[in-house]
Write a protein that binds this ligand. Structure first.
Ligand SMILES: Nc1nc2c(ncn2[C@@H]2O[C@H](COP(=O)(O)OP(=O)(O)OP(=O)(O)O)[C@@H](O)[C@H]2O)c(=O)[nH]1
Ligand SMILES: [K+]
Ligand SMILES: [Mg+2]
Length: 446
């Protein structure tokens, strides 16, 4: 790890005017730069009232200077906060003065990146900082706090430790290759495998819920032409977002609409009706619909209740790979009585009269929050975490099969891969382009 010696500066408070604005400095020269601006010697963790001076001695502002001595700071380096009046002009001048005195402008997320590089936060925690800042409601904020406090990381590390222990056991067995594995504690080893796989499954479910808390649920509305997909989008969005006509093939482009259900974000996507044929524009629309389904957490399949079976056949291929689906039997107002028995995954609805929409809302709420989740103990997670956990789970299953086939060296290698995948989450194993990617999405000053 290369030590970061240059000193960075940025406005740490939100853009715009406010009561107080903070310029933050971090690095070896942070204290010297701040002392030059304030004209006083700083004591760690002491609030100094000071006059912030420009190069020509003019006063930029007056305010408070706070020095956090390394390593007891957010970044682990010397950090100084200059608290001034929350004027964008004043704060820009203060940063400029820091630059003149040898600091450079911080990149987005660079303070948190340094906190990570100096071991103050692991990667999942650093990501939770950004999630906390961006949290749209109290539930998401609580979940981000839990990730920030290390709840997620601790569970990842506990499993990584188990996987490592299993690997050590397997590696040891390789050295006694003449002995069958069962004489080398094979039964115990299998029990450990199963326990690790079980923990990993549980964590994967929790992480998937955490990802939804952060990213929301991506629900794609799909179905044959004229089933009422656009009408349903409008009904759920509560406004006439999409064009509705009785002409089959009305919708061509994708239409995204974000709705919130009890704090969970749901992105609804209206798509072109799926059918054979159609003109070039409609075919392009159908291609986009299929692409969008590849990213979907949930397919909201809209069928004309009067001919649900034909609709089902029309979409079967397209939705095959979507993890969850909900069948909406629309136009229930045109049926004499409800022909489809309402169960959790088949809902009679009328986008026109609004019948059945309450039940649909309730079902969407459950799905968006993660089935059987119970908000307790939830933490935010990201798609990259879920991906890494899935890879670890895959390698672990592979290793288990290799063990059963007495292919110990292969099993050891799969276990190594599983361990590495887990390490990517907390950043113990990392690629530098991943770091750049993660921290560049932060705001400046954090
Ligand atoms: N009676 C009745 N008509 C409906 C209902 N929902 C939609 N319709 C009508 O069905 C026709 C098609 O509705 P759209 O919402 O455009 O259907 P779509 O699935 O988006 O159609 P495409 O975009 O062409 O694939 C329109 O005339 C709607 O008014 C409903 O619940 N009951
Ligand atoms: K239509
Ligand atoms: Mg439509």
């Amino acid at each position: 790890m290369t030590p970061t010696t240059d000193t960075i500066a940025a406005i740490a408070t939100a853009p715009g005017a406010g009561g107080v604005g903070i310029v933050r400095l971090s690095g070896a020269r942070a204290r010297a730069i701040a002392e030059a601006i304030c004209g006083v010697a700083l004591t760690p963790r002491h609030a100094h009232y000071a006059r912030f001076a420009a190069a020509n001695g003019d006063t930029i502002d007056d305010g408070i200077a706070l020095w956090f001595r390394a390593p007891a700071s957010y970044t682990g380096e010397d950090v100084v906060e200059l608290q001034a009046h929350g004027s964008p002009v004043v704060l820009a001048e203060l940063v400029q003065r820091c630059i003149e005195l040898g600091a450079r402008r911080a990149r987005p997320g660079e303070f948190s990146e340094r906190a990570f590089l100096n071991g103050k936060l692991d990667l999942a925690q650093a990501e939770a900082v950004a999630d906390l800042i961006a949290a749209a409601d109290a539930q998401a904020a609580r979940a981000a706090r839990r990730a920030l406090e290390g709840e997620f990381s601790r569970r990842v590390e506990a499993i990584a430790a188990d996987v490592l222990a299993i690997r050590v056991h397997v590696e040891a067995a390789i050295d006694f290759a003449d002995e069958p594995i069962d004489t080398l504690g094979g039964a115990q080893l299998r029990a450990r495998f199963d326990a690790a796989a079980h923990s990993l499954d549980e964590l994967l479910r929790a992480a998937e819920r955490g990802r939804r808390l952060r990213d929301g649920l991506h629900a794609v509305i799909v179905g044959p032409p004229n089933a009422g997909k656009s009408s349903l989008l409008n009904a759920l969005a509560g406004s006439e977002r999409a064009i509705v006509t009785d002409i089959a093939g009305t919708t061509r482009d994708l239409l995204h609409e974000v709705v919130r259900i009890d704090g969970v974000e749901l992105t609804l996507v209206d798509t072109a009706g799926l059918r054979e044929g159609g003109d070039a524009i409609e075919r392009e629309g159908m291609r986009r619909a299929r692409d969008e389904l590849a990213r979907a957490d949930l397919a909201l399949v809209v069928l004309d209740a009067r001919d649900a079976e034909a609709g089902r056949r029309a979409v079967a291929d397209a939705i095959a790979a979507v993890p969850q689906r909900l069948w909406i039997h629309n136009k229930s107002d045109l049926l004499p009585a409800c022909a489809t028995p309402p169960d959790a995954d088949h809902l009679p609805v009328s986008a026109r009269t609004g019948a059945g929409l309450d039940a649909l809302h309730a079902r969407l709420r459950t799905l968006a929050q993660g089935e059987g989740a119970g908000g307790e103990g939830a933490f935010t997670a990201r798609a990259r975490h879920v991906d890494a956990l899935q890879r670890a789970r895959g390698e672990l299953a592979l290793a288990r099969a290799q063990l059963d086939a007495d292919a110990l060296e292969l099993a050891a290698e799969s276990l190594r891969q599983a361990h590495e995948a887990l390490g990517e989450i907390t950043g113990h194993v990392r690629a530098d382009d991943l770091l750049g990617h993660i921290f560049s999405s932060f705001c400046i000053g954090k």
